[in-house]
Write a protein that binds this ligand. Structure first.
Ligand code: SF4
Ligand code: SF4
Length: 212
């Protein structure tokens, strides 16, 4: 089925199995909004930062499926698009990752207590292929398993927490949350920047007032 075009010049694409005629020259989100398509209640920043609009795309002349962010992807004739929300699963591991940052426990030991499944990485590349931000996610997990937490966390600076790596992992690893842990523990175990420490001390002494 192909929905009615909204302009004389339109580009034909397929979204979740439905043919649509959309305005060319727009991002997927903009084009679909113009059709009145209801899919995008979750879209947030529209600048490739929040990761809400993750999408699977196959272009007309390419056999493989790529992952992308719909707000950063221009419509192209013949492209097939699937919004994978319905493929998401609630990882049991995701729901039980609770931790408190503690300097008394070595961060690497803590990591393996909180995320024991990380050791089961089978190096299938699925997470790296899935990442729309081009992060070498698998390498991050390998670094984390080798207790290289600073390097692991640094790899994920551009992560938008879209969870596509989680969705793609056959071992129920949540690489983005492992990276978050790595970055938090790295920061926690470093001395505070001088100006921040001074502000916190002033706050504790009651010297900073909040004006409403
Ligand atoms: S690392 Fe995972 S959550 Fe972060 S942008 Fe890549 S796929 Fe999304
Ligand atoms: S998808 Fe999972 S198992 Fe595969 S490489 Fe990534 S973290 Fe490892």
């Amino acid at each position: 089925m192909t929905n009615t075009a909204t302009s004389e010049q339109c580009t034909n694409i397929t979204v979740n199995g439905t043919g649509l005629a959309v305005s060319p020259g727009h991002s997927l989100i903009q084009a679909l909004w113009k059709t009145g398509h209801p899919l995008f209640k979750r879209a947030s920043c529209l600048e490739g930062v929040c990761g809400s609009c993750r999408v699977m795309v196959r272009y007309a002349d390419e056999p493989e499926v790529k992952m992308a962010l719909a707000c950063q992807t221009k419509v192209e004739s013949g492209m097939q698009v699937v919004f994978p929300q319905h493929l998401e699963r609630q990882s049991a591991a995701l729901q039980t990752h609770r931790y408190q940052l503690q300097s008394s426990i070595p961060a690497d030991q803590h990591l393996h207590e909180v995320f024991p499944e990380t050791a089961h990485c089978r190096h299938c590349h699925g997470c790296t292929v899935a990442c729309p931000k081009g992060i070498d996610v698998e390498k991050g997990i390998t670094l984390a398993n080798d207790n290289e937490l600073t390097a692991a966390g640094d790899l994920f600076v551009n992560c938008v927490m879209c969870d596509l790596c989680v969705t793609s992992c056959p071992e129920d690893i949540a690489p983005n949350y492992v990276a978050l842990f790595a970055r938090r523990t790295t920061a926690f175990n470093k001395p505070l920047p001088g100006n921040l420490a001074a502000r916190l001390q002033a706050l504790q002494r009651g010297e900073l007032k909040i004006e409403y």
